[in-house]
Design a protein around this ligand. Structure first.
Ligand code: SAM
Length: 246
């Protein structure tokens, strides 16, 4: 089994990836970020939507949202979140490698470092190609990544995060001359110890910009935060917006 198709990983480490505070952050982003501005009937695809944090907030603001994820467990959580919020959204179990809905969306989002998961570089390119094809003319893809330049400022230092009932220890290792990253996570909860690893490609701004251009995006912009601040030495994330030509 490939690492990303392991429901136990997403479920066991949900407390560190999807704490309650991220739901509040999703609401704030939906209210404030020009990159996530939706109006009534904006058609949004959340690629690798996880438990639906952004699906819910964008649907609350009137968007017609489709959430796609490979994990049955995550989609179940997304369904529960959508129902609890009293909104509606389409939730689809699919691999982002295959999912394409030609011309159907105004905005495609891929949030919280959910890109670069495939071992073959060409498969990650296919995801971008699919996203481009799924956009209507003039539509945008927004990718929320941990850029190489940001990662370089702290990678290698082990981290420990307290979660409900335990602690998660995290260690990152750079692989293949800064091409890929392995993140090893260990959850210690009383007598229980669980270990999982995430393997992904990492991208500099120049590299991801070149990939978006290669699959046909007419314009590509890189930002260091959700307020459109520049991707410079103060950046917290690498947020990329590719816009499909008309
Ligand atoms: C780090 S989580 C982020 C979830 C969500 N975007 C968020 O902001 O909370 C990554 C998600 O990607 C999903 N995923 C992993 N591989 C996938 C694939 N090949 N196709 C679709 N979804 C995938 C996982 O199931 C998980 O829900």
């Amino acid at each position: 089994m490939v690492w990303y198709d392991d429901d136990d990983l997403w479920v066991d480490f949900a407390s560190v990836m999807f704490p309650a505070r991220r739901g509040q952050e999703a609401a704030t982003l939906a209210d404030t970020s020009p990159l996530l501005k939706v109006g009534a009937d904006t058609r949004v695809l959340d690629l690798a939507c996880g438990p639906g944090l952004h699906v819910v907030e964008l649907a609350r603001r009137g968007a017609r949202v489709t959430g796609v994820d490979l994990s049955a467990a995550m989609l179940e959580r997304a369904r529960a979140a959508v129902a609890a919020a009293g909104v509606s959204a389409d939730l689809v179990r699919a691999d982002m490698l295959d999912y394409v809905a030609p011309g159907e969306f105004d905005l495609v989002i891929n949030m919280f470092t959910s890109f670069g998961y495939f071992t073959e570089a060409g498969d990650n390119l296919t995801v971008l190609r699919n996203a481009h094809a799924s956009l209507a003319p003039g539509g945008s893809l927004v990718l929320d990544l941990l850029g190489k330049e940001v990662l370089a400022s702290w990678v290698g230092r082990p981290q420990a995060v307290d979660v409900e009932g335990g602690t998660v220890f995290m260690r990152d290792t750079i692989l293949d001359d800064w091409t890929r990253l392995r993140t090893d996570w260990t959850l210690v909860a009383g007598e229980v110890v669980k270990r999982k690893s995430i393997h992904s490609f990492i991208y500099s701004a120049a590299e991801i910009r070149a990939l978006l251009r290669e699959v046909g995006f007419a314009t590509v912009e890189c930002f260091g935060d959700w307020d459109l601040s520049p991707y410079d030495n103060t950046a917290r994330r690498l947020i990329v917006r590719g816009t499909r030509g008309n």
